[in-house]
Design a protein around this ligand. Sequence first.
Ligand code: FMN
Length: 364
Amino acid sequence: MLSKTTLFSPIKLGSVELANRILMAPLTRARSDAEHVPGQLIAQHYADRASAGLIITEATMVMENCCAFINEPGIYSEAQVEGWRKVTDAVHKKEGKIFLQLWHGGRACHPDLNKGIQPVAPSPIAIEDEVYTREGKKPYTTPRALELTEIPNIVNGFQQAAINAKAAGFDGVEVHGANGYLLDAFLRDSSNKRNDSYGGNIENRARLLLEVLDAVCDVWGSDKVGLRTSPLNGYNSMRDSDPLGLTLWLAERLNNYNLAYWHLMRSDFLGQQSSDVINLAREHYQGNLIGNMGYSHQEADTAIQEGQLNAVAFGVPFIANPDLVSRFENNSVLNEADPNTFYTRGPEGYNDYPKLDLSELKVS
Ligand SMILES: Cc1cc2nc3c(=O)[nH]c(=O)nc-3n(C[C@H](O)[C@H](O)[C@H](O)COP(=O)(O)O)c2cc1C
C-alpha cells in the first residue's frame, strides 16, 4: 500500500533533501549588531529551530546602504560572512538545512539608517507609512528612480551576496521578491511607473527580478535557489492591478528555471486584497510550490495530501515554538508569540520560548 504524503514526509527541493515539509519562513528579528553582523544569539535561535525541514533566514542585505530595519544582518562584509558561518555550523551540527534570504530593501531604506543616502526604487513614490529609526518613528522618504546605468550594479550586488552565502556555508539561497522591497517594487505596477525596458508590461517589470535570479542561479545552480513573491500583499503601500495575471505570468516563466522552489505568499498582511493565487500557481507551475501565510497544522497537511502544495512555510508559529515540528507531531498546544519582542534586542522573546517537555507527554 502506498503511504500518504504528509507534512512529515521527506522531500527533495531541487537538489536539497529535507527531512520534512515544515519550513521556517523568513523572519526579520533585528538582533545583529550595528555593523549588520549576526552573532551567537542568532546562531542559537536558528539552531534551536533546526528540526524544521528548511530554515529560510531573515531578509539579509546584499550590499551596503540598503538597510530597512535597525540591526538587520548583511552578507557583504567579511565579518558578516564569518558571523553567518557560525549560524550555518550551528544549524548543520543539529542536522538542519538553511537557506539565506537575499534582499534589497529598495524604497523602505530610510536615509537615517543608511548614512543619509536617499533610497532607490523603480520610481519616485514613497511608502505611505512610518519606519523605526534610532530617533523614533519617521515617515518614509521619497526614493529616487534607479538610473538604467545603475541596474547592473544591483544585479552584481545580488550575485556577490550569493557568492558570499556559499562561503558562509548555506545550503542554498532564497531571492526575496516579495513585500514591496526593491524587486517586488519593480514587479508590481503601483510602484513601477517607468517607461524604459524595466517598466510597463509584465515582461519589463519582471526584468530585474529575472536578471537577479539568473545571476544567483549562475552561482548556486538553479536547484539550490528559491524565489519568494507576494502578489496580493498590500504591506509597504503595494498593489498590482492584476495579481492573478502576474501570478500566471510568473508561473509560466518560472517553469523555464529548475528552481528548488517557488515560495508564494497567499494573502495580504492588511487584509485588503484577496484572491486564489495558490490554485492558479499549482495549475500552471510544474516545480515545487511552497505556500505561506496563516496556515494551521491541519490546513497545511490537507494542502500537502491533496497535492496543492509541496511544503508549507510557517512564520509566527516558529517565532514562539522552536520545536514546532515536534508540537505538530504530538498535536500539542502552541506557545503564543509576543509581538512586543519581535524587533527588540537580546534573548527575550527570541531565545526563551519554552520547548515541550516530551517526558510529560509519555503515557504511563
Ligand atoms: C516579525 C516578522 C518578521 C518578518 N520578516 C520577514 C522577512 O525578513 N522576509 C520575508 O520575506 N518575510 C518576512 N515576514 C513575513 C513572514 O515570513 C510570513 O510571511 C508571515 O509571518 C505570514 O506567515 P505566518 O502566518 O505563518 O506567520 C516577517 C513576518 C514577521 C511577523
